[in-house]
Ligand binder design. Sequence first.
Ligand code: SF4
Length: 412
Amino acid sequence: MHDDNSKAGGEEPPAGQRLEALKEFRSAGRGFWRDVAGKDWSDWHWQLTHRIRTVEQLRRLMPTLTPEEVAGTQLANHKLALAITPYFFNLIDPADENCPIRWQMIPRIEETHTAPWEMSDPCGEDSHSPVPGLVHRYPDRVLFLVTDRCAAYCRYCTRSRLVSNASGYDFHPEFDKQIAYIAAHSEIRDVLLSGGDPLLLSDEKLENLLSRLRAIPHVEFLRLGTRIPIFLPQRVTPELCAMLKRFHPLYLSVHTNHPRELTTEVRDALGRLADAGIPLGNQSVLLKHVNDDADVMKAHVQKLLMCRVKPYYLYQCDLISGSAHLRASVSQGLEIMEKLRGHTTGYAVPTYVIDAPGGGGKVPISPEYVLCRNAGRVLFRNYEGTVFEYPEAADGTPTCKPPKVIEEPELV
Ligand code: SF4
C-alpha cells in the first residue's frame, strides 16, 4: 500500500486526488503469508501466535530496517515490547522510511532519548488509583484496566509503563477488588474497560466481567476502549458481537491514526459491531510522521464516518518518556482543527484535547473563534474568517437587536 502521507520524492498530486487516494479502502492482503491456509489467516488466535516479536523476524521480513530501527528493536523488550500481528504488518511499506504505520509500530533508538519533563505516567493514573487496575479521576466514571496485553504495541503508548510488562510493572488486575470498589461507590455511573486491550480476553471472560458490572444497579453505561478491530479485525467474530449486544448501553472506542489503517477488513469488522447496535467512536493521537497533516486527517475522519465511526477525540501526544520523535506540536494540532471545522461534516470533527500533564484530565483545545466580548455583543468569526456579531447585554441576557455582519478586518 502506498497511499501514505509522505511528502518526499516527486510532485504532489492535486489536493482532491490526494484526498481520494487516501480515502480508498483496500485490503491489507496476505503479503508474506500468502501460503497460509485461509482458515488460519482469519483465526485471531493464529494471528496472535504468529506475531512479529524479535529483531531477527523483523530483519527477515523487512531488510530495509534502518540502523535507528535495528537499535531500537534490540532494546524494545526492556521498555515496551515489540509485537505486530501479521495482518497489520502487511500495512507497512518496507520501501518507505516515512511509512506512517512503520513510525507507529517499529521501535527506534530515539525511544531511549528522554527529557526531564517527560514521564512514565504522564496522565497521573497511578496517583488516582484507589485499587490496582482502577483509575478514578473524574467524579462519575472509572477506568478499569483489565489486562496489560495488547495485540500489538504502539510506540507512543501512554501506558507503556505497564502494557507488555517489558519494564517489569508486574500488573495483575484483581477483578474482585475493582468490582467491589465500583459496587461500593454509587456515584460511578460509567465504566470504561481498557488496558491493554479488553478484547484480548476470551468471550467467556469478557462476558463474565460485563455481567458482573451490569449487575451493579448504579452502573448505567459501559464502554470498551480497544485497538483490536484495527490490529486484529479477525477477533470481531459474530459470536463476540452477539455477546456484546446483550450488555447495552455499551459503547466502543477504537483507536486509529491514519486512513491506511481503515482497510476493507477493518470496515467489515466495524460494520459487524455497528450492526450489533454498538455506537462506535474513534480516538486518534496527533503524531509526527503519521497524521500531522490536514489532508491526511481529513481523509481519516471522512473514512471513519464511512466505517460508521464518529471521530471522538484527537489527543495531543502525552509527554511519555522517549516520545519526542513522535510528538507533533500543539500549533500543528490547532492548524489541523482549523482546516477541519467548517470544511467538512461536523460529525467528522473530533474534539482536540490535551490530557493535562501529571493528571488534570482532558482539556479541550480549540482555535479561537470568539474575537471579543464586550458590554453589548460577542464578536466571532466563522471558518472562512468572516466576522459576525451576536448582540447580548452585559449580564448575558438576550437583546432584541438582530445580529448583523460587521466589518472589523483588524479582528480577523
Ligand atoms: S493498543 Fe492502546 S494500550 Fe495497547 S499499546 Fe497501543 S495505545 Fe497502548
